[in-house]
Design a protein around this ligand. Structure first.
Ligand code: URA
Length: 227
């Protein structure tokens, strides 16, 4: 099957590791043993999504970072702190959201001397391999609004043609793939809002302007939740 990422199939695949039934706790337990791609080899642990299992809002990042890999929770490092601040300013209660990543293991290279672990972006094969977990999370949580944080999350959700600069800050209908067939929400409009990754805000030359844009995109998601 051709997926949103446009892949016909990949030798890497988390699919066989997914439980046949069960909710998010069963999926989280199974994901801990995922060997669907080689990223598990160097990472400390799988970092599965966290939060309200019936959340109206799901936030999707790229992959766990160094802190997340150590602590086992998404967005607990510097990017997570910036995200928390912006959510609060946008009037979104983080504790009522479900937060996850497109890829569930930390990918990194080692600095010279090997002390520091430096983030490395996941490639398309890893992204495609990990997608069954993200799809399962979205089917189980069934949010009304999904926020894609950055290009990797956007590509995982909307396919390779996604461009954060072009697609950010507007309400994009959530593709049908993310609806549970026959679900009672099938009639209701569900949305995707894309924005920058919070790490991109932290790295921006003009951090103030980048933050203002990030906040304005999150406000689009907040307004969609008011409907
Ligand atoms: N960056 C991400 O994309 N996700 C995290 O969980 C942390 C940093």
């Amino acid at each position: 099957m051709r997926t949103q990422t446009g892949e016909e199939g990949s030798a890497y695949d988390a699919g066989p590791y997914l439980p046949k039934r069960g909710g998010l706790p069963a999926h989280r337990r199974a994901a801990a043993d995922c060997r669907g791609c080689p990223l598990f080899e160097d990472a400390t642990r799988t970092v599965f999504g966290e939060g309200d299992t019936s959340a109206r809002l799901v936030l999707v990042g790229e992959q766990p970072g160094d802190q997340e890999d150590r602590q086992g929770e998404p967005f607990v490092g510097p990017a997570g702190r910036l995200l928390g601040k912006a959510l609060e300013e946008a009037g979104i209660d983080r504790s009522a959201a479900y937060v996850t990543n497109a890829v569930k293991h930390f990918k990194f290279t080692r600095s010279e001397g090997g002390k520091r672990r430096i983030h490395k972006a996941p490639d398309l094969r890893e992204l495609t391999a990990c997608r069954p977990w993200l799809l399962a999370e979205l089917h189980l949580v069934r949010p009304e609004v999904v926020v894609a944080l950055g290009a990797t999350a956007g590509k995982a959700l909307l396919g390779r043609s996604f461009r954060v600069t072009k697609d950010r800050g507007t309400l994009i209908p959530l593709p049908e793939e993310y609806d549970v067939e026959g679900g009672d929400q099938a009639e209701r409009k569900r949305w995707l809002v894309a924005t920058l990754h919070p790490s991109a805000v932290l790295r921006a030359d003009d951090r103030e302007a980048a933050y203002a844009g990030f906040l304005s995109d999150l406000r689009v998601a907040a307004r969609a939740l008011e409907r």
